[in-house]
Design a protein around this ligand. Sequence first.
Ligand code: SF4
Ligand code: SF4
Length: 340
Amino acid sequence: MNYISKNNLVQLLEILKKDYQVYLPVKKGEQRFYDRYTTFTDDIVIGEIRPFEPLKAFFTPAREIVAEDFKPDIPHSHDKPFAIVGVKACDLKGFKVQDYVFKDHDYQDPFYMKLREENLIISADCTCTIDTCFCLSLDVKPYPQENFDINLSQVTEGYIVDVGSPRGQTLVEKNSSLFEDVKEKLISEREEQRARVAGEVEENIEKNDIPHQDALNGAIEKKFESDIWKNEAETCVECGACNAICPTCHCFLLYDQKDEEHMARLRIWDSCMIKDFARVAGGANPRPELWMRLRNRFEKKFDFFPKVADVYACTGCGRCILACPAKIDIREVLKKLTER
Ligand code: SF4
Ligand code: SF4
């Protein structure tokens, strides 16, 4: 454990800029968005809460070329890798699902593998909450515990630094003059802050009566034929925003595009809420009704992934609650799933 002052962190970011495209959260109105770092400005928020965009955007871009002009090799970006700063614990949990799909199961995606190997993660503790945060229900603490290179806990005038990987260790060692020992009183300050933020999340959970994930074990199977799905789907407009904004959703679509000279195969994010998502050759569709697709979204997150990868594919980030134009609230659905 080390300490880095704010001024020295700015110096570290300047050093990182040489080898990485550095992105960090910038506050615009009430939201925080990842922005390319050029110089340290007052609207940069390394603490606070998760940015608007899910972290997956840096590892599986919303749209990317995966093959070109019948070339046998895969297209390579010549840009520098990303150093993503201020990543929150709820997004880091997303790796448990994304890694299962693209890296650790039966297939290794070369694009994802490359970005996982090259990108640097500088995560940060949450220093506040909003009323849609419910990470603790999904066993995610509001401060990172794994899947980062280094983590920053904001304290007076600077940050406590935890190292989480050999790459993080090398970064600290190479720039050791920027780091110093942590004073005891700062460690206490961090503990108090962590307890305060966790307390705020607990309050959200209590106020909204959100079940803990343990209570969801078997709940989808029990409520598979329930009216929940039809009732909830009544207002859905099939926009797919809930999938796009989610740090664990990962489904994609391949399509070809050509002009007079070139041909390319592209991969874009897909959404299981869209009618044609599961349509197969001949036009058959196993989920023709919208409520079936809504049920499938919850089944995948709260039944399929716990069974195959021992992880609930939700991090409690609350993004889908705010993104849904139909005001379909995952907290309400989870509550209904556990009601007798
Ligand atoms: S389902 Fe909603 S709350 Fe859960 S991780 Fe996805 S966006 Fe966040
Ligand atoms: S964001 Fe809401 S309206 Fe859009 S597809 Fe998802 S549940 Fe339906």
